[in-house]
Ligand binder design. Structure first.
Ligand code: MG
Length: 370
């Protein structure tokens, strides 16, 4: 078991909550995003609108609900592209498809152990109206099973670990649920498993009673907003507003804000059509990635190539860790241009499946050669 380096940030007085808001400001695209390994072609940088992360404080119950709703809107862009063709082209130039760059990725993996990290919603399963019905297809499950047969593989998700396991049903994987705050290793049949131990890391364990209490309160409070869905992810909560009419978003924001007022040790972040409530500990998907690499014996190794595939803002924490380590690649699943620390892109879960299958085929053929 690895020591958990957890810092608890405690708000000293009154209500002070941080919300991450996406603001748009013009910057030069080429300066905003680090280049991947080798972007094909050339091209002149064009003006881009960079969604910079800005902290919006709602202190003292001052309201600012309009800013909240703007934030909810900006963090949930429609999946269809409204950007111009030129902007799309430039984005793809700097974040090319992981399928078209497959050979380059393989070249870099030479002599290294590939470790796969996969987000769940929007990466292995389609984004659906009802989060309880975000099923993985049998074909995708087979692809993930094959990947895990050849490489250590982890699912890293904001969801409750048990719920994602019930979707995926593969005991040979690592699962990092609740944004990495609940990590468990393979329960059987994995050659990367160490001895009889399954990795287990729960840095926010002390928050469980509080999360449960807030879950019950939010369930009650949000009953009056049709379509609102509160999901208990064990170490964090999700308030889904995908099915809520936009004119009622402000009402929902007030309700969530009112509840969180009494819990300064919880913070709020936003995902795709979801408000996420989490403990204020310094632990995210990036920490989970590092914890798992360390557990696999690659803490300070140059012989590893982590590949992380995800579609959400919360996956950026993991992409950033890879950038910082100078190791491996982040692959963003998106059809629309977004600022990202990922090197490559894939458009949708189908392309993720194609990438996984191609990796397995390459591995099989390389094993046949040697
Ligand atoms: Mg996702």
């Amino acid at each position: 078991m690895t020591n958990q380096n957890v810092v608890i940030s405690d708000t000293k007085s009154g209500f002070s909550m941080e919300i991450v808001v996406s603001m748009r400001e013009p910057v030069l695209f080429a300066q905003a995003v680090p280049k991947p390994l080798a972007a094909p072609g050339g091209g002149t940088p064009i003006i881009w609108t960079k969604p910079s992360l800005k902290v919006l404080e709602t202190a003292g119950g001052g309201g600012r609900i309009n800013a909240w709703v703007d934030s909810m809107r900006s963090s949930s862009p429609p999946r269809r592209s409204s950007e111009s063709e030129e902007v799309n082209k430039s984005w793809m130039l700097h974040h090319p498809s992981a399928l078209s760059m497959f050979e380059e990725i393989i070249k870099v993996s030479k002599g290294k152990q590939i470790v796969m990290f996969l987000d769940y919603d929007g990466t292995l399963s389609p984004i659906v109206e009802d989060p309880d019905r975000a099923f993985i297809s049998n074909e995708m499950r087979d692809a993930v099973r094959d990947i895990a047969h050849h490489f250590p593989t982890a699912i890293v998700t904001g969801r409750c670990r048990a719920k994602v396991y019930n979707f995926v049903k593969l005991s040979e994987l690592y699962y990092a649920g609740s944004h990495g705050m609940d990590i468990k290793g393979p329960t059987q049949g994995h050659r990367y498993r160490k001895g009889n131990q399954t990795v287990l890391c729960q840095p926010a364990r002390e928050f469980l009673p509080m999360i449960d209490e807030v879950y019950k309160t939010l369930l009650e409070k949000t009953k009056s907003v049709p379509g609102a869905k509160v999901e208990n992810n064990k170490f964090c909560l999700s308030v889904h507003y995908r099915c809520v009419e936009e004119k009622r978003w402000a009402e929902l924001a007030v309700q969530v804000k009112t509840v969180l007022k009494d819990y300064p040790k919880l913070k709020l972040t936003q995902g795709r059509k979801v408000l996420e409530i989490r403990p204020t500990i310094k632990w995210d998907k990036g920490n989970a990635l590092e914890f798992l690499l360390e557990s696999l014996g690659y803490a300070n190794s140059d012989d590893v190539l982590p590949i992380y595939i995800g579609d959400d803002r919360t996956d950026e924490d993991a992409f950033k860790v890879l950038r910082k380590r100078g190791q491996g690649f982040g692959i963003l699943v998106s059809k629309v241009p977004k600022e990202t620390n990922a090197s490559y892109t894939l458009q949708e879960p189908y392309e993720v499946m194609c990438f996984l299958k191609r990796l397995v085929e390459w591995k099989k053929s390389s094993l046949r050669r040697f």
